[in-house]
Design a protein around this ligand. Structure first.
Ligand SMILES: [Cu+2]
Length: 145
C-alpha cells in the first residue's frame, strides 16, 4: 500500500512540475464558411529560464501566426508577433482582444466540442502540443477580426 501511495505521489509531482503548462485552450467556433479563426489559452512557465514563443502551426489550418491586438490611432489592429516571452514563474494569457493564435485557411469545418491540436514553437527549437476545445465565443468576447 505504501508503495502505491509513493507511486501516485510521484505521478502527481511529474504533472505539477512540467516546465510549461497550457490551460483553458479553446479555438473559437465561427459560422460555416468563415475561413479564419483564433485560438486562446493560458501558458505558464515553470522552468527557470525564459520561454520564448516564436510561432505556431496546426494541421487543420493553412497557416498559424502569433497575433496581438494593438491600438493604432484609436483603432484596434492585429499585428503578428515575432516572439512572446514568458518569464520564469509567469503566465501569459492569450485571450480575445489580446494575444491569440491566428488560424488562417481552415481546411475543414470545425464542430463545437471537437478537440484539435495546435503546436507552438519555442526559440529553443521545442514544440509544445496543445489540445484545444472548439467552443462558441462568449457573448462578452466580441471580436475585431
Ligand atoms: Cu489575429
Amino acid at each position: 500500500m505504501l508503495r502505491l501511495i509513493v507511486l501516485l505521489c510521484s505521478l502527481v509531482t511529474g504533472v505539477l512540475y512540467a516546465e510549461i503548462i497550457v490551460t483553458d485552450a479553446t479555438v473559437r467556433l465561427l459560422p460555416p464558411g468563415v475561413p479564419n479563426t483564433a485560438a486562446y489559452f493560458s501558458i505558464q512557465n515553470n522552468s527557470d529560464t525564459n520561454q520564448i514563443l516564436i510561432g505556431a502551426s496546426a494541421d487543420f489550418a493553412t497557416k498559424a501566426e502569433i497575433h496581438n491586438h494593438i491600438l493604432v490611432d484609436d483603432m484596434m489592429r492585429m499585428q503578428q508577433q515575432s516572439e512572446v516571452v514568458i518569464q520564469p514563474s509567469e503566465s501569459v494569457h492569450f485571450s480575445p482582444g489580446g494575444l491569440h493564435i491566428m488560424l488562417f485557411g481552415l481546411k475543414q469545418p470545425l464542430n463545437e466540442g471537437q478537440s484539435v491540436t495546435i503546436i507552438l514553437q519555442t526559440k529553443e527549437g521545442e514544440s509544445i502540443n496543445i489540445t484545444a476545445n472548439v467552443a462558441r465565443p462568449k457573448a462578452s468576447a466580441h471580436s475585431h477580426h
